[in-house]
Design a protein around this ligand. Sequence first.
Ligand SMILES: [Cu+2]
Length: 697
Amino acid sequence: MKAVSVAYAAALLFVALPAAAADKGEVDAQRGNIEEITVFGKHLSPSAAHIDVISEPVLDAAESLARLPGADANVNGRLSGIAQYRGLYGDRVAVTIDGIGMVSGGPNAMDAPLSYLSPMITEELILERGIPGVASAPESVGGHVDARLARGSFGSSDELRLSGMLGLRYSGNGDTQTSAGRLTYANRTHRLSLLAEADRSDGIDTPAGRISPSQVSRDRFDASYAYSGESTDVLFFVGALETKDTGTPALAMDIRDISTAIYGAQFSRQLTPTWELHGKVGYNDVDHIMDNFGLRSPPPPMRVRQNDTEGKGGTFELASTVELSAATLTFGIDGRRAEHASLITNPNNPAFFVSNFNSLERDLTGAFGVAVFETANSNWELGLRYNEVSMDTDVVGSGGMMGMMAMNVQELADAFNASDRSKTFGSVDAVLKYRRTLSDDLDLIVDVGSKARAPSYQEMYLWLPLKATGGLADGRSYIGNLDLQPERNNEVVLGLHWSTGRFELSPRIYHRDIDDYIQGVPTSNMTANMVATMMSGAGALEFANVEAEITGADIGWRYSLSERIVLDGNAALSNGRRTDVADKLYRLSPANATIAINLIDDKSSVRVEWLGFAEQDDVSVYNDESPSAGYGIVNALWAWEPMSSVRLELQAINLLDKGYQPHTAGINRVSDVDIPVGERLYGAERSVMIGAMLQFN
Ligand SMILES: [Cu+2]
């Protein structure tokens, strides 16, 4: 980044100060009594890792995951990060916002659930470390991340008062700007809150040139009413997301539009001192348009494509918790209803269409029970869940193709339409979580669990070889498989949580044995292979049940040298392989570590952190995955709070201006740009970012 932009950034910091919020006081207040020590918005608890996304220098909240032990993101575009945890990603890692799951509208997860979190209006991300409890989210075979929007706090008296925040962040790299605001009108019982954030960027520059397309335009709104009574809490919210032209260079198309309406409600009611009832319901409706010609140089006219997709549906949960003398019992039912459609057209050829997914439904209904037993020095949580997933889809078809292609595609459509497409899967999950206090400072952690996930709609119903794979972005065309069985992760986690005032050390080791792991293998469907070869030059992969295992370890730690000097960091490694053939699992985050030094003063703090990623040469042959080199980058952050209501920040990302290619960043699929087609995308060059946040009460 150039000196001019630094100067501009600095000027903007001190001159234009329409700022945002260091909601720290609020955040802590909402969290209740936290014993954990928060260092620059990050802290560990015995069962989770937390990060206050608001102070993270990111547009996509998914990128913050890389700063939590064992987590990372598969990044297909600037707002399309897919959560990865301990070697599993995509639909295997449940992401909820205020406990409510989203239905994505893009068959390639361009609107992955974390894209619904605009960072400056997000309070925190909570990564459950270990096997998520059965009540956390259904089908969370690989992990669970929850996030909370920063909707402000209730007042302390009956008087209704206005409070709020205003925030602005600017990075000279690609003129990247974030503006955010909150207005809250609340007393101790009622709270009305409005949130808004706008993110804009022209693109992102790397030492290898500009990533193209990488522009961003996203707006997010949320309006909520909350009631907090003596025995009843209620929250209603409506929200909207509007993403316009945003690049996804690791995919075959870019985002032209994502329009989502979001609705939700939750309540909890204390019926008696020992009996509580709680429930949640959420609904969202996504209209999405993507294409391969608007933001990138168009292919020949006959290969121009636009894909109009829709996703709608919601989740619900109703549960009851009873405290008995011997145990605390929770019973509940929950579910998810989702509908998807995708129609591919060619604006140059009105006769051309592919009905990619047609009136597709995937519904889940679950029931769960959790018992928690507590003794003087141990805590047992035993959970059981039953899920029933039913899926169906209407007939498909296509038009406007010629010759052999038309014949082959028609053959695939006919076979699909003649098949039995209505599927129902039942499965049982069991999770045991054991905590034992070994001494005042030291806890032993043992998780044992077995959880299943039914096939995704893409894995099941992709009838024509296409790259619509929930964001795998391996460049291969896939077809679905109507004979797929659910995959099941059998997992053991062992860990320690060692925490004194001075230091904290929280290591885990785990082993995941995944039966019927779903991944692509070369298809024996000759017609599909012919079509895939004609369209992309390579044969099709077909989703299949294979066998896999993942072994790894991760650790989070903090060490206070003094009250003002704190070191912290994480480290993680995972090794994933097929056990039925000799191959590695695709797109796993390489071994990585962060080490940071934090200098904390009353009004100003400095954090300098080093992030190191090892080379990744354990790559998947089936996915034509290329190895990547290791690298280390340094980031620095200075935050100044001249008054409790004002926070100014100056951040440098990639301070030493290293050229590096994150293994999970994806491969460039866009021609005629700085980074060649087929090469792994680069991380940002040295970027200086300034931010200002102002809050009023
Ligand atoms: Cu899309």
